[in-house]
Design a protein around this ligand. Structure first.
Ligand SMILES: [Zn+2]
Length: 688
């Protein structure tokens, strides 16, 4: 497209059944915010749209489990999610929610338009039905085996293992998620969007039209979808939570969450326009508007196939210019998981790292899963913070500000003649706006963040090579020139860091007293202005931009994850199945007594065995027990224990063992005595 007149930028609507974590931030929200901040800095007309996705089955399941209403669930998480976005500097022009009346109205109208144009097929078919719950089983109410990859825990609408989207009736061995029952088939009517009818358009628009500018991962997924052949998709569900189907026969049915959610971008734009006294329509209907959807890879089909087919069918809307979907971020080598609590939650991060939003923004960008799944590790977080933000960016700024205050009482000095290195350095600085912009405009945010760091590196190296702290002793004029050049680099960094490190950028602009410049420097001015900070301009005192992250801090985070892992293992530990039934006579054959260990020593040359002398009340006998890896001899002397006394004696390494001490095992694999934990039971008492 030609130079766009305006931009409409949307981000995937977070689903309101939990808070958001670093994976969401890295995959969608930080890149979108970098893009939008850059567009604003370059003087573009842009609206940045977001909102909470509050319909669909998982919310109703969560509400049921917690004994509250779906509205309670979405109210709670909408507030938490919205706050996280504000906290991390995601600068939405509007953040709405799909339970808002304006959205119900917009989605309803959209459906009615398509219905009136005959864009739907109405079809009565057999759907899975849970008779015990008196309910049709849509989407996540069904669990079964994925027909494509064999994952036994696939949901009715989508397999999380292979990403395939399917119908609940496609699942092998379906089970109701509500009752666990095997569902039956029952007839119900639904509205379908015939995607097959749009196949030619999609093929031409994506496979021909966006071969070069869409990311290979996005293009590849679309191609495989289209090549597989598109089928009609139901856009309604038998459910009572959502937007009622506005058509005859729609009673008891709602719009499929994936039909209504993307329309949320439009309703959120309408909400913004009404508040700001603007016209929303050019942002969605003018051919000169560039529409970009930021999403994660699990949403590609909905944003590249289904929503565009809906927009095309409606007829008056533009289509997205690009959908720069990211791959997934893993955490310490494992898939991020809400249910397993394997995540870094944003509210928790801020408690542990107050005021350090930019560090997370930076690390997630520098390591963004743009072309493949990537791993977030706390060690990398620490290294990026200490070696890049602190040692390069922070160190450079601190030196410049401290020295300017020390030598010139905070006033930018008047330079004398530039040497070649000064000229070259200033020319390089001027090239950075274009270099960084080129990466941003191609959605290469990792690359862009590294170019920004390269600019800080340039400043750091310039200062380290020029050594003004030495030159000041011999050449006052030369020192002025060096500090003048360094101050120009610092000012360029203040402007160009804004999309990536917005909190730091604000702090730095304050330190450099940018407000005294009259108007804030724009992106382009960094490239063309001869002087960013003029001689005589007064800057403020030094203030630390970043602080070192210590090993203990990182260890605490690793310990937290370790605790999650342990809890998961405990929850997933397979309980051994019950053994065959025995009769009472079998049980009474076992003679178990209360006993006390009175002596213990290690069995020579055996790692696991202790030789014990046990007072069984009947006698004192020798028992060889395999507990040496869990206990030292000293630890067990005096222990009250349960002894099986009529076990046939057997020789272990030449020592005859006359009985067995009953043990169990704790979660971490340590043996535990099954002991009579009361003092007034005497040795020899039987256990029955
Ligand atoms: Zn699968």
């Amino acid at each position: 497209m030609n130079t766009p007149k305006r931009y409409t930028i949307t981000t995937a609507l977070p689903y309101t059944n939990g808070p958001i974590h670093i994976g969401h931030l890295a995959g969608v929200y930080v890149p979108a915010d970098i893009y939008v901040r850059y567009l604003r800095l370059t003087g573009n007309d842009v609206v940045f749209i977001g909102g909470s996705d509050e319909h669909g089955v998982p919310i109703t399941i969560k509400a049921k489990n917690e004994g509250v209403t779906p509205q309670d669930i979405v109210d709670k998480y909408h507030a938490i999610i919205k706050k996280s976005f504000v906290d991390f500097g995601i600068t939405y022009d509007n953040y709405s929610r799909t339970s808002a009346p304006i959205h119900h109205e917009t989605a309803s109208e959209f459906f009615k338009t398509l219905d009136a144009k005959g864009e739907f097929i109405e079809e009565t078919s057999e759907q899975l039905y849970d008779a015990a719950a008196n309910q049709f089983l849509a989407d996540r109410f069904v669990i079964g085996t994925c027909p494509k990859c064999g994952n036994e825990e696939s949901y009715g609408d989508q397999c999380e293992n292979c990403g395939t989207s399917h119908n609940a009736t496609d699942l092998i061995n379906p089970k109701s998620a509500i009752t666990g029952n095997v569902p039956t088939l029952k007839q119900t009517k639904h509205w379908y969007l015939p995607l097959d009818k749009h196949e030619d358009f999609l093929r031409e628009w994506i496979l021909e039209g966006h071969k070069k500018d869409w990311k290979p991962n996005v293009y590849g997924q679309c191609k495989s979808w289209i090549d597989d052949g598109l089928r009609p998709r139901a856009v309604t569900r038998d459910l009572d939570w959502g937007i009622p189907v506005p058509a005859e026969g729609g009673e008891g049915k709602v719009l499929y969450v994936w039909f209504d959610a993307p329309i949320g971008y439009i309703s959120s734009t309408k909400e913004w326009a009404a508040r700001e006294g603007k016209d929303w329509e050019p942002y969605w209907k003018d051919k000169d508007t560039k529409l970009v959807h930021f999403i994660g890879k699990d949403n590609i089909v909905f944003h590249c196939i289904i929503f565009p087919a809906m927009l095309k069918a409606e007829g008056s809307y533009i289509l997205p210019e690009n959908v720069p979907a990211n791959e997934f971020l893993n955490l310490e080598g494992n898939k991020l998981s809400t249910s397993k609590n394997w995540a870094v939650w944003l509210p928790e991060y801020l408690e542990d790292f107050p005021g350090q939003q930019d560090v997370l923004r930076y690390v997630l960008t520098a390591n963004a899963p743009e072309t493949k799944d990537n791993d977030f590790t706390w060690k990398d977080f620490q290294a990026r913070n200490n070696n890049e933000l602190v040692a390069i960016f922070g160190n450079f700024i601190n030196r410049v500000v401290v020295l300017t205050n020390k030598y010139y009482e905070g006033a930018v000095p008047t330079p004398s003649a530039f040497e070649q290195v000064d000229e070259e350095t200033l020319a390089t600085v001027k090239a950075y706006p274009d270099v960084i912009a080129s990466s941003i405009e191609r959605y290469r945010f990792r690359e862009a963040s590294q170019e920004l760091m390269n600019l800080a590196r340039l400043g750091n190296k310039y200062l380290a090579d020029a050594e003004p702290w030495k030159v000041i002793k011999v050449d006052a004029e030369r020192t002025k020139t060096i500090m003048y050049v360094a101050l120009q680099i610092a000012s360029a960094l203040a402007t160009l860091s804004e999309p990536f490190l917005p909190f730091t950028s604000t702090k730095l602009k304050n330190i450099l007293n940018h407000t005294a410049l009259g108007t804030e420097t724009t992106w382009k001015e960094v490239a063309i202005k001869e002087v960013l900070l003029p001689a005589g301009h007064k800057i403020g005192e030094a203030e630390l931009l970043f602080s070192k992250v210590e090993d203990e801090t990182i260890q605490k985070q690793l310990d937290k994850l370790e605790a999650s892992k342990k809890a998961n293992e405990a929850a997933n530990k397979v309980v051994e199945p019950q053994k065959d039934t025995i009769n009472f006579d079998d049980f009474t054959k076992l003679d178990m007594r209360v006993g006390t260990i009175i002596e213990a020593e290690k069995m020579p040359k055996a790692k696991k065995l202790l030789v014990l002398k046990v007072d069984t009340g009947i006698d004192v006998r020798t028992i060889v027990s395999g507990i040496a890896e869990s206990f030292t001899p000293e630890e067990v002397v005096g222990k009250r224990v349960t002894v099986l006394v009529n076990l046939a004696p057997r020789a272990l390494r030449g020592v005859e063992s006359e009985g067995m001490i009953l043990m169990t095992e704790s979660e971490d694999g340590k043996l535990v005595f099954v002991n009579p934990d009361t003092d007034n039971v005497a040795n020899g008492l039987t256990i029955s």
